[in-house]
Structure formats: structure tokens, C-alpha cells
Ligand binder design. Structure first.
Ligand SMILES: NC(=O)c1ccc[n+]([C@@H]2O[C@H](COP(=O)([O-])OP(=O)(O)OC[C@H]3O[C@@H](n4cnc5c(N)ncnc54)[C@H](O)[C@@H]3O)[C@@H](O)[C@H]2O)c1
Length: 365
């Protein structure tokens, strides 16, 4: 019997995710609420679900066992808390919260109530990022040394009064958006962050549109996360560069379309790398670089992975997140892929990045 799902917030992303949930066997959309009456009517009709004027009424529906919250960030904690108090499980859109106190309060009540809550961190479930994670774990190209994210995005759909720019409501770029990449960075580094130092530049109208967070991890990995919402969509670009002791990886696209791997490894390990990447390796014979004393000739292996189905990858990541939460609801012994601790740490790194901007100080994690 599928779990009864109530959708809270049927805006841009709420609608995108609802289409994914509607195709799942594990859940059944039974109810919706949105403060926009037109959106609510449209969603209720599309999924043949009950339309409620507010969350309070939706939570009284006994068939709603799980709620998916896709409202803007400042509503996440109050709405998730109401759902938890009503004994419902929660699939929460990022960010977990906009303040640390709120995040603490919510997690405390989730544990006390014995319900399940997960945050929709999609990036860790995108196939190219999963392969990158496997590559790092395999240590075939050595340990991870650094991570550098350059994420420059469009501001065209974000008019000056959009909640996105209001840090009291969105939390700011690190919290509302960067948290995706902090979550990915934490996964790839495999340990907790140690210190955080952030910088920003504000546009002339005061919008904080370019931010950079420099993070050191417990295993010595140095990472930088740059985000900007300052250009036309046709110039959007996301590049993630991961340095390994014996190579480097470059991933293009925030839902990636390409990953380039390049490194040095003994001939007998090349088969393992090709299997892990699922593609043939190109072997280059490189002469010794000129003018560097002691430099030697050598072989470098290269591979390129591509994905031509970004939307399908995105939808599948959402499906996997919801399916994992349902599994953890049905099996109390199952540890979900996104634990409460993970969800909290990714948010905390985003929050401390924003605090570092506000205080001008480096902060310990
Ligand atoms: N995981 C991802 O990849 C991803 C991608 C995009 C957005 N998001 C997140 O999804 C959330 C929503 O973003 P969006 O772009 O869809 O925003 P949006 O503004 O398009 O939609 C928000 C919806 O919530 C409704 N709403 C507002 N107050 C409400 C209330 N009190 N009760 C019920 N409904 C209410 C609005 O009417 C609107 O329909 C944000 O937290 C955002 O960060 C996540």
C-alpha cells in the first residue's frame, strides 16, 4: 500500500517534484495545499487530490502520512515542525532552515517524535557525481587534495523584490542555494569541515549577488565554493574541479553533462579505473616538460563521461531521495542515505559561511 503524501507548496519546484512523486509506486498524492488558490486548484485537479486551504487542515487528513514541503525557505521550519507535531514524516526541500536555532529545534522534535525527516539534496544522487565519489573512495588516483566550485548563474528570473534576495527570508545565497554544493563537498571529502571563511561583493542596489566560501576539512582538503547570480542565463556556467594526488577531475554543469578525468596510475590498475568509470581510457605518452630539472617523460590516462539526459537525471535524483525516505519509514532499522546529521552538517556549513560574511571572521565548524 503506497504511503499517503501531502504536498505543501505547489510553485515552480513543487510542481516539478509532484510529477516525479505521481509516477512512484511507493507514494500516492492524496492532498495539496498552497496559498495561491489558482496553483492549488491546478495541482489538485492534476493529481485528483484533496485541496486544503492551509497546512493545518492538510495535517488533519488521516490519509496524509508524509508531507513534502516545497515552500520558500523561511517557512520550512515552522511547517515541518507542525507536521512533526502532527506525527507526520517530512521530505523537506533544501534548505533545512534559515537559522541554526531553528534547525536545532526541528531536529530535536524529529528525534523526540520518532518520525523520519529527510532533506532533498539532489546532487549526491546524480550519476556523474556518484561516479566521482566512487573514484575518490577508490583512491586509484590518490587522495583528494582540493575542491574548487565555480557556480555562476542567471539573475534574470530573480526580480529585485524576489524572496531570494531577502536574507531574512531565504537565508542568503549560501543557505538557499549553496547548501547543495556544501552537501556534495562534504560527501566528496568524506569528513567534517574544520574552518570556514567567506567573502561577498554586493551589487550597487545592495543585493548580495557574489559570494565565496573557503573551507578547510579535517583531512586537510582545501575547498572553495563560489556562487554568483549576476548574469544572463545564456552565460550560466558551473565547473567543479577536484584535485587528487595523482590527477584531477573537472565536472561541467550543475546537473552535470560532462566529467573529464586525467591522471597517472600504474598500468595494472588501469582496468580497475576503466571499470569504475564505465568507459575506455585514452593513454597519452607525454615527453618530459622542457626546462624543469629532473622532470621525466610519462604516461597520463584520460577519460570523458557524458550525460545527455540532465532533466531525467534530476528527476531520478528526486525519486531516489523520496524512495529512500519511504524505505526508512517502513524499516526502522534502515539508515537513510541522508541522515539527520548529514542534513544538519550541510546546512551548518552554509549557515557558518553566511555568519562569516556578517562577522568578517573565520569560524570553526
Ligand atoms: N532541490 C532542488 O534542486 C531545488 C530546486 C529549486 C527549488 N528548490 C527549493 O524549493 C523551494 C521552493 O522553491 P520554488 O522555486 O518552487 O519557489 P516558488 O516561489 O516558485 O514556489 C513556492 C510556492 O509555495 C507557495 N506558498 C507560499 N507560502 C505558502 C504557505 N504558507 N503554505 C502553502 N504554500 C505556500 C507559493 O504560493 C508558491 O506556489 C525552495 O526552498 C527552494 O530552495 C529546491
Amino acid at each position: 500500500m503506497p504511503i499517503g503524501l501531502g504536498i505543501v507548496g505547489y510553485g515552480g519546484f513543487g510542481a516539478f517534484t509532484a510529477d516525479v512523486y505521481a509516477r512512484m509506486d511507493e507514494v500516492r498524492i492524496v492532498a495539496l495545499t498552497d496559498t495561491d488558490a489558482n496553483r492549488l486548484a491546478e495541482g489538485a485537479q492534476r493529481y485528483q487530490a484533496r485541496a486544503y486551504p492551509d497546512l493545518e487542515h492538510l495535517l488533519q487528513d488521516p490519509e496524509v502520512e508524509l508531507v513534502a514541503i516545497s515552500t520558500p525557505p523561511w517557512l520550512h521550519v515552522p511547517q515541518a515542525l507542525a507536521a512533526v507535531e502532527a506525527g507526520k514524516h517530512v521530505f523537506l526541500e533544501k534548505p533545512l532552515a534559515t537559522t541554526l536555532e531553528d534547525a536545532d529545534r526541528l531536529l530535536k522534535r524529529v528525534r523526540e517524535q520518532g518520525v523520519r525527516l529527510s532533506v532533498d539534496y539532489v546532487l549526491r544522487r546524480i550519476p556523474i557525481y556518484r561516479t566521482l565519489q566512487k573514484l575518490i573512495k577508490s583512491r586509484l588516483l590518490g587522495d583528494i587534495a582540493f575542491l574548487r566550485l565555480e557556480n555562476v548563474a542567471s539573475n534574470e528570473a530573480l526580480h529585485a523584490n524576489h524572496w531570494f534576495w531577502d536574507r531574512a527570508r531565504s537565508g542568503g545565497i549560501f543557505i538557499e542555494h549553496g547548501v547543495h554544493f556544501f552537501d556534495l563537498g562534504n560527501q566528496l571529502c568524506g569528513v567534517r569541515p574544520e574552518t570556514v571563511t567567506a567573502y561577498a561583493r554586493n551589487a550597487v542596489d545592495g543585493r548580495q549577488d557574489r559570494v565565496l566560501s573557503a573551507v578547510s576539512y579535517e583531512n586537510g582538503v582545501l575547498a572553495s565554493f563560489y556562487h554568483a547570480f549576476d548574469r544572463p542565463a545564456i552565460l550560466e556556467q558551473t565547473v567543479l574541479r577536484v584535485g587528487l594526488d595523482q590527477g584531477n577531475v573537472t565536472v561541467y554543469g550543475w546537473i552535470p553533462e560532462q566529467m573529464d578525468v586525467r591522471g597517472v596510475l600504474p598500468e595494472e590498475q588501469r582496468g580497475a579505473l576503466a571499470t569504475l568509470l564505465g568507459t575506455d581510457l585514452n593513454v597519452l605518452n607525454l615527453p618530459a616538460p622542457e626546462g624543469i630539472t629532473g622532470a621525466t617523460a610519462g604516461q597520463v590516462v584520460e577519460a570523458t563521461l557524458t550525460s545527455t539526459q540532465r532533466t531525467a537525471d534530476y528527476q531520478e535524483a528526486i525519486r531516489l531521495g523520496m524512495a529512500d525516505l519511504v524505505r526508512s519509514i517502513l524499516d526502522p532499522h534502515y539508515t537513510p542515505e541522508v541522515t539527520l546529521e548529514d542534513a544538519y552538517d550541510s546546512f551548518r556549513l552554509a549557515y557558518l559561511s553566511q555568519r562569516s560574511l556578517e562577522t568578517g571572521q573565520s569560524l570553526s565548524f
